[in-house]
Design a protein around this ligand. Structure first.
Ligand code: ZN
Length: 454
């Protein structure tokens, strides 16, 4: 007898969508069968009318624990992930202290095991010596992260070992990562161009697409020379897309993502909400958003990730725009944004789902995640496709929900009803109901040592 059966769900897989029953045993999907085809189980979920999609894998996520608990920690922000149908997040290494040493990596891994409601993988800082990068790969890093610009003033500790400036610095960092064989996620913005532009009269806060495009192009050329695979974070503009194409034309191994905020919002949100809508790269023109949708449809963008970045509204509003921290809480919008695009006919449902499930699993080597099929982890989101419904920040679970008001004018036609992690229901009826299901997800280079179980 299985632990659980899910009955009459419209199961979305790469092959298509059809009504089926899902049998779950020992945290894994044991069987997917036509309705009525699975025997009794210890528990049962009637999913009639709901879509069963693989739990989403968000490769760009920040909770920053343990540095700023008022903004979020692994418990609060993985609760937000669960509420959004996201069952695996890849936590970025910006934290205080920065996740660029084996000691901090181990400490954060311990926090995940203690607090996480969904699965969490960890990136490590890329601007480190090769031996240190190798050590973090063996400790279980899912990949590395490199910023091509210096940190914002006052946040130097959070970015230690995460950034390099200038082509030589970028080459050194990418060369350290290359030896690990893991991918390096790049936040591409040109330090020197930003400095010049923002120093011009009236230039405060100036951050045009050229800042992003030039860094993508140069980092791609350097990545080819360093023989490393790079993943371009948060592509925001049409020019940046052209730079990704240029990087591929150079022969570099380049994948790229965009995020719900760039697809759903544009620069008019900054006019309306000021610092609250400040992100980096910034929100662009409606034509840029349209170009991003086109690249999502064509497959030139490999996946969609949230870049969930919790801050408190007062931190973003009580200062000059130029000093406001950059980021929005978006993990709860990732799956609804993609399902809404399918309902609107923008993307086939299977493609919309794959961009946040099978594609990230494939790119980062998570072999048992990203699909609803026998032998995969039972990480599943049960979703309803609804009438257009306004986004309601009050219903968000992130500790940073005060910033989510920037999305409130939007209407989405999809809602996450239940989320399962390893076969356990962690979110249902609008509430987190099981805090203990998540854990550390080890990257593909992990070395298990008997004295230090992973
Ligand atoms: Zn980010």
């Amino acid at each position: 007898m299985y632990d659980l059966r899910i009955l009459n769900a419209s199961v979305v897989t790469g092959a298509g969508t059809g009504v089926a029953d899902i049998g779950v045993d020992g945290g894994m999907i044991a069987e997917v069968a036509p309705p009525g085809g699975i025997g009794p189980a210890r528990t049962e979920i009637d999913a009639t009318g709901l879509y069963a999609v693989p739990g989403a894998i968000d490769v760009h996520f920040h909770c920053r624990a343990p540095g700023n608990p008022e903004r979020g920690d692994f418990a609060s922000e993985t609760a937000a992930a669960a509420a959004g149908g996201v069952t695996t997040v890849f936590e970025m290494p910006i934290s205080d202290p920065a996740c660029s040493t084996p000691e901090v990596f181990r400490m954060r891994r311990g926090l995940i095991d203690a607090d996480a409601i969904v699965n969490v993988a960890l990136y490590a800082g890329a601007a480190v010596e090769p031996a240190r990068a190798e050590e973090m790969a063996e400790l279980g890093a899912i990949g590395f992260k490199l910023f091509t610009l210096a940190p914002p003033p006052g946040r130097e500790r959070e970015f230690e070992g995460l950034w390099a400036s200038g082509d030589g610095g970028v080459f050194s960092a990418l060369s350290s990562v290359a030896e690990t064989m893991l991918p390096c996620v790049v936040h591409p913005e040109s330090d020197s161009l930003l400095a010049i532009l923002q120093g011009l009269p009236g230039g405060a806060g100036r951050r045009p697409p050229a800042v992003e495009a030039v860094a993508i192009a140069s980092t791609s050329a350097i990545a080819k020379e360093a023989s490393v695979k790079i993943h371009v974070a948060h592509v925001s503009s049409s020019d940046a897309l052209d730079a990704v194409r240029a990087g591929r034309a150079l022969g570099a191994d380049v994948t790229a993502e965009t995020c719900p905020q760039y697809l759903l919002l544009d620069e008019r949100a900054v006019e309306r909400f000021g610092g609250l809508a400040k992100i980096a790269p910034p929100l662009r023109t409606p034509a840029d958003s349209e170009a991003l949708w086109g690249a999502v449809e064509s497959g030139e963008l490999d996946l969609v990730a949230s870049d969930h970045s919790p801050f408190l509204a007062r931190e973003k509003l009580d200062v000059e725009f130029a000093a406001a921290p950059q980021g929005l809480p978006t993990v709860e919008l990732l799956v609804p944004t993609m399902l809404d695009a399918a309902v609107r006919g923008r993307l086939p449902l299977e493609k919309a789902v794959a961009l946040v499930t099978a594609e990230p699993a494939r790119l980062f080597g998570l072999e048992r995640k990203g699909s609803i099929a026998e032998g995969y982890d039972a990480d599943i989101a049960l979703c309803s496709l609804t009438e257009p419904t306004h986004v309601d920040a009050e219903r968000f679970h992130t500790r940073a929900k005060s910033c989510a008001v920037v999305f409130e004018s939007l209407q989405l036609r999809a809602r996450v009803e239940q989320t399962l992690v390893g076969g356990s229901v962690v979110f249902a009826n609008g509430a987190i109901i099981n805090g203990g299901a998540g854990g550390f997800v080890a990257g593909p280079r992990t070395v298990v040592r008997e004295t230090e179980p992973v």
